[in-house]
Design a protein around this ligand. Structure first.
Ligand code: SF4
Ligand code: SF4
Length: 156
């Protein structure tokens, strides 16, 4: 995890705590299958070494479905899933792994990550700006009330 992502995650957790608002996951799956490749795997830490991936597979053989395809910018191993059919859909949908069932999870957001822009889901968070704008709107009188007041004044 790079420093900027770490900082972003910390900031998001701090903001959520201060505002008392959790991030929401909105939208729906478009069944494009794009989250089934370019996968990073975690076993305590994000995997960078083949040795660690082999250890994970030895302990949890269901991870053998993942095939290493290269490395990301930060040196993490990148995988594709062998359970993805030619149509992009999962061939073992009912038995997919927890990491697949939980995607996209709130933990991605609080760790500073993103959902890919072409995914049908997105994070919806409340920002400090949202709260300020809401307060300002509450303080601001309605235009119609001001107009009525002006008309009353003019009639006197
Ligand atoms: S990338 Fe998003 S829209 Fe596409 S299959 Fe995965 S969860 Fe669904
Ligand atoms: S098990 Fe299915 S849902 Fe999970 S990564 Fe593989 S193809 Fe995608």
């Amino acid at each position: 995890m790079d420093f900027i992502q770490l900082y972003r995650g910390l900031f998001r957790r701090f903001r959520s705590f201060v505002l008392g608002r959790d991030v929401e996951i909105v939208g729906h799956c478009l069944f494009c299958g794009k989250c089934c490749h370019d996968i990073l795997l975690k076993d305590g830490h994000w995997l960078k070494k083949m040795r660690d991936f082999e250890k994970l597979c030895a302990r949890e053989p269901e991870h053998k479905r993942f095939i290493p395809t290269g490395r990301g910018d930060l040196g993490h191993l990148v995988f594709r899933c062998s359970m993805q059919g030619d149509d992009g859909l999962c061939v073992c949908y009912e038995n997919r792994l927890p990491l697949c069932r939980n995607y996209p999870s709130e933990s991605i957001y609080y760790k500073g990550g993103w959902i890919r822009p072409d995914c049908g889901f997105r994070f919806k968070s409340t920002t400090f700006r949202d709260i300020l704008m809401r307060r300002r709107q509450l303080r601001m009188p309605k235009f119609s009330d001001v107009l009525k007041q002006e008309i009353k004044q003019a009639d006197k």
